[in-house]
Write a protein that binds this ligand. Sequence first.
Ligand SMILES: NC(=O)c1ccc[n+]([C@@H]2O[C@H](COP(=O)([O-])OP(=O)(O)OC[C@H]3O[C@@H](n4cnc5c(N)ncnc54)[C@H](O)[C@@H]3O)[C@@H](O)[C@H]2O)c1
Length: 239
Amino acid sequence: MRLENKIAVVTGGAAGLGKAMALRFAEEGAMVIAADMKELDYAHDNVEGKILNVADPEACKTFFDEVVASHGQIDILVNNAGITRDAMTRKLSDEDWDMVLDVNLKGVFNLTRLVGPQMEQIGGGSIINISSVVGEFGNIGQANYSASKAGVIGLSKTWAKEFARKGVPVRVNAIAPGYIMTDILKTVPQDLLDKFASMTMLGRLGEPKEIADSALFLASDESSYITGHVLSVNGGMRL
Ligand SMILES: NC(=O)c1ccc[n+]([C@@H]2O[C@H](COP(=O)([O-])OP(=O)(O)OC[C@H]3O[C@@H](n4cnc5c(N)ncnc54)[C@H](O)[C@@H]3O)[C@@H](O)[C@H]2O)c1
């Protein structure tokens, strides 16, 4: 029970990696608020679903106030909600640029600017931002997505300094997953997925549980001296 008595918020918690993290944290004793645009399709005594669009700053403020009112505080925040709108740069529309940056980057800012200072007040916390192998190395056809995910790494390092400057242990880390089988990959052709698998040292794509276990480590006190770090969980892939 590594997260006993902890209150955790996981954005994008209805599906894919967010669902795996919400359930893994709940197994370890946390009360998890899974915030998503859609309803949960699963149930666990320790997981509460809440509708939230992380790209909407006012909705984030209302969400934050409601969670603090009903649960007292937030000890763990996983900024996981994310989308792709892929196109080669010369064909990338303003709309698809803005949408991906609004959700993947501004969405992270919208919640963390509320939760980070609250963690300073309560004496600590762990913030985990989900970046990507694409944010570390770039990728053809993903200018908007790679910019958003590289931005998330910059935010994580900045906040690791900013929220700990008064000597309070608010830790902020990023996870950069490689290719993990979830809905976000459903538009990627199988031959490309096979190629991505062959580009890893382990010769396969990842499982959502492998990201959830990494997030559990960063959320728990087992990582108490780790902050400002980017944990690459990608089977040894270099795009
Ligand atoms: N699966 C991968 O291979 C992979 C690799 C690297 C990084 N990531 C990142 O991991 C995160 C989770 O991805 P996934 O693979 O689970 O994708 P997914 O599409 O399976 O799940 C994403 C979830 O986020 C929710 N969501 C989307 N926009 C939202 C918004 N504006 N507000 C709140 N919720 C919103 C969706 O409803 C969905 O439930 C994303 O940030 C993604 O970029 C995924």
